[in-house]
Design a protein around this ligand. Sequence first.
Ligand code: DOR
Length: 461
Amino acid sequence: VTVDLVVSDGTVVGPDGIFQASVAVDDGQIVSIGSGNLMPKAEKTISASGKLVLPGGIDPHVHFRDPGFEYKEDFYSGTMSAAFGGVTTIMDMPNTLPPVIDVESFQEKKRSVSQRSVVDFCLLAGVGPRTTRNVGPLAAAGAIYFKTLMGGYEPEKNVTEADMMSFGDGELLEVFKAVADTDRVVSIHAESQGLWRHFLAAMQSQGRNDVAAYALSRPSLVESAAVSKAILIAKEARCKLHVVHTSAKESVEMVLRARDRGQQVTFETCPHYLFFTAGELEPLGPTGLMNPPVRSEEDREALWKAIRNSDMDVVGTDHAPHSDEEKKRGLKSIWETAPGIVGVETLLPLMTTEALKGRITLQQLVRLTSQNAAQLFGIYPKKGAIAIGSDADFAIVDPKKSKVIRAEDLHSKSRSTPFIGWEVKGVPTTTILRGQVIVDDDGELVAKPGSGQFVHPSAGA
Ligand code: DOR
């Protein structure tokens, strides 16, 4: 037999160990893993000698803005950015226009973005008190997980998000119960509306209009109070709770305590919370602002500790592009800036750099950037593993190659990231999706728009 592809002689980071091996791929799936001389004949061979073969990255948290805000990002630019970063599956957030809150908007988005995607994609659905009846049908339609916003948004201004706001405690309980019935995971944007309003009013009444004041308007209590409440309410509702973009030490402590008591609570953090403190981002002005903001050294260290102890579930990016004009509004009034930075393209290089420095193991690297997300959201082992029968999604990484992250090299429509100028080691040189090279070792995108496929939870089983 002749197979489609053999990736030969790489250092393969599998779910249960790291070994020198070749990987044979046929019809998009891994058919054999073993020593090079035992591989079947192949149409195409890619040498991974001296390279790491990682499962393609899974970013469980991106905002690709499509449909509705294509001037910020669209599915082509967003997934292209993913492909160059070695990310082969993304999970896209529902705050598009129309927002993804019912089966109709879900199906329409799925149909539309699949024409532009160059990596595989999953779609979230938003849920709020007015839309709980849609949760069952959305789960059946393939929503990867659900999202609800506990606060930190202005209902008058953020109309796109209006139907995902569960600011009231009873509302949150009803939303969690609705998701519990589907056995999917519900994620929270964990900011307390009441506390945020309180601190924001304090800053504004002092006439503050500076970057530091932005962070002070959403201190760690704003997040941790929301996390604490959500954990209690999720327990009552018996639903699986996931905290996205975790930034505060107290949030980490509460998630771990709930888990010790047997509750299913998982959490994500993002590179910006791991690599920056508030003071370090201040010189960047509005470019460095996102919700929640980056915090203190103590918070940052608590997140790293959770990573080192293998408690942290996933590192996602909250890739949140905005136009330059929207970011620059913050130069005049910090309260008017658009919060968010891009990240999908720099996730794997940044985290691989830490693995190569020995701060985390290679096994932890692939769990945090691929395997755990696939398991948590039900698409494992189709995604997230280099194993026989899994999709042949790989990031081939050169551990000896360094490069400096430069704005002009990024593929998102936004270049708003605090990582410009950072030197990373372990750069993805080739990205492979279901056995097809999508970014080649000349750094060219070879995938056609529309080659990415929709992935949904029952596909993983
Ligand atoms: O900074 C942020 N921007 N945080 C979020 O949670 C949402 C995101 C966006 O949609 O721009």
